[in-house]
Design a protein around this ligand. Structure first.
Ligand code: FA5
Length: 337
C-alpha cells in the first residue's frame, strides 16, 4: 500500500509537471468521487487494523499536499489566461467614437408650442375637437347652409353626406360654446383637411382656432391679442394690421397681416414687395353663430381667429415649399434643432 501511495504521488507530480492532462481532468481523476484517493481509502480495510490509522493519516497528508499543488497550478493557469486575454483584447482609445443621434421636435410642433404659449399666457385654455366631424358643426352651425357657395372656401373630403373630415378647427368653437357656455376663452389646435395640393396648400394641415366670448369684447381686443401672438412668435417689433374680408361665421370679418419679418416693412421677395404678410383670418363671432350655441347675442360678443401652423412656420423660417414639412428628410429637419 505504501508503495502504491508513493507511486500515486509520483504519477500525479509528473502529470502536473508535464501538463499531459488538463487540470480539471486531473482533479476528477485523483480527487473525484470515484478517484484514485477514494479507491485508496476504500482499500484501507485490507490493512491489519493496527496499521490503518497511521496509513490513513499518511494518505490524507499526501492528498492535501497534492490538492494544494493542483490548486496552485489552477490559479497560475487562470492568471495566465487572464493576462493573455488582456494583452489580446486591447482597447484602442485613439479610434473615433460612435456619435449618438439625438431627436428633436418637428418645426411644426415647435411653432405650435410657441403659438399656444403666447395665448395661454392671456388666459386661453385648450379645447380639443374631433377630426371626423358632422356637417352641422363644420358648416351649418357656423352660418353656412347646405349648398351655400361659401362652402367652396373650405372644400373637404366627405365620408357620407353628413360626416366629413373637418376643413377647419372652427367646429370646435360650436362644440365648446354648446358644452361649456359663456364667457369662454379657448384655443383649438389640430389637424384639418381640404381638397387642396400645391407648394403652399396641403390636403392635410394644422390650424389653431381661437375664440373669446365675453360681455365687453371688441375688435380692438382681438387686435391686442393678435399683437401679443405676433410679437411672441415673430420678432418684438412686428406690427399687425386688419383688412376687411368675409367669413360667414364672423361679422365683421378681417384678414390679418403681420409686418414682414425679413425686410421689416420695406418690401422684399418674401412679402412680394408689400412689406406685409397675410397670416390668418378672424372677426367678431356672427350673431347667428352665437344663437346656434344658445348664447344671447345682445348680451355677449366674441371674437374668433384661425391660423395655419404650416403658413406661420414657412414665414418664420423662410421655407419656400410646404411639402418640405411633410417629407421628413432629416437633413431638412435637423436645421431646426
Ligand atoms: C379658416 O379656416 C377660418 N376657419 C379661420 C377663421 C376662424 C376665420 C375664426 C374667422 C374666425 P381660411 O380658410 O382662411 O380660414 O384658413 C385659415 C388659414 O389656414 C389660412 O390663413 C392658411 O394659413 C391656412 N390654410 C388654408 N388652406 C390651407 C392648405 N390647404 N394648406 C395649408 N394651410 C392652409
Amino acid at each position: 500500500m505504501k508503495e502504491k501511495l508513493k507511486q500515486i504521488r509520483e504519477n500525479f507530480q509528473k502529470a502536473l509537471r508535464e501538463g499531459a492532462e488538463q487540470l480539471s481532468q486531473l482533479r476528477v481523476k485523483y480527487f473525484g468521487k470515484n478517484g484514485v484517493f477514494t479507491e485508496l481509502m476504500k482499500n484501507l480495510k485490507n490493512l491489519p487494523p493496527e496499521e490503518r490509522p497511521a496509513f490513513g493519516k499518511e494518505v490524507n497528508q499526501v492528498k492535501a499536499e497534492l490538492e494544494g499543488a493542483l490548486s496552485e497550478a489552477e490559479q497560475a493557469e487562470l492568471r495566465r489566461k487572464r493576462e493573455q486575454e488582456l494583452s489580446e483584447d486591447r482597447l484602442d482609445v485613439t479610434l473615433p467614437g460612435v456619435g449618438r443621434k439625438t431627436g428633436s421636435l418637428h418645426p411644426l410642433t415647435l411653432v405650435k408650442n410657441q403659438v399656444l404659449d403666447a395665448f395661454l399666457g392671456l388666459g386661453f385654455e385648450i379645447y380639443d375637437g374631433p377630426e371626423v366631424e358632422y356637417d352641422y358643426y363644420s358648416f351649418e352651425a357656423l352660418n353656412i347652409p347646405k349648398d351655400h357657395p361659401a362652402r367652396d372656401m373650405q372644400d373637404t373630403f366627405y365620408i357620407t353626406d353628413n360626416v366629413l373630415l373637418r376643413p377647419h378647427t372652427s367646429p370646435a368653437q360650436i362644440r365648446a360654446m354648446q358644452k361649456k357656455g359663456v364667457p369662454i376663452r379657448i384655443l383649438c389646435p389640430g389637424k384639418v383637411f381640404r381638397a387642396d395640393d400645391d407648394a403652399t396648400h396641403s390636403p392635410m394641415f394644422h390650424q389653431i382656432e381661437g375664440l373669446a366670448v365675453e360681455k365687453d369684447i371688441s375688435l380692438a381686443d382681438l387686435k391686442g391679442v393678435l399683437e401679443v401672438f405676433a410679437t411672441t412668435v415673430f420678432d418684438k417689433s412686428t406690427k399687425v394690421r386688419f383688412r376687411p374680408s368675409f367669413f360667414p361665421f364672423t361679422e365683421p370679418s378681417v384678414e390679418v397681416d403681420v409686418s414682414c419679418s425679413m425686410c421689416h416693412g420695406k418690401g422684399c421677395r418674401l412679402c412680394k414687395g408689400t412689406g406685409w404678410i397675410e397670416i390668418l383670418g378672424a372677426g367678431m363671432v356672427h350673431r347667428n353663430v352665437l344663437k346656434n350655441c344658445g348664447v344671447d347675442p345682445d348680451a355677449y360678443r366674441g371674437f374668433a381667429f384661425g391660423l395655419g401652423i404650416e403658413r406661420v412656420t414657412m414665414i418664420k423660417y423662410g421655407i419656400p415649399d410646404m411639402r418640405l414639412l411633410f417629407e421628413n428628410d432629416v437633413r431638412f429637419l435637423k436645421q431646426f434643432i
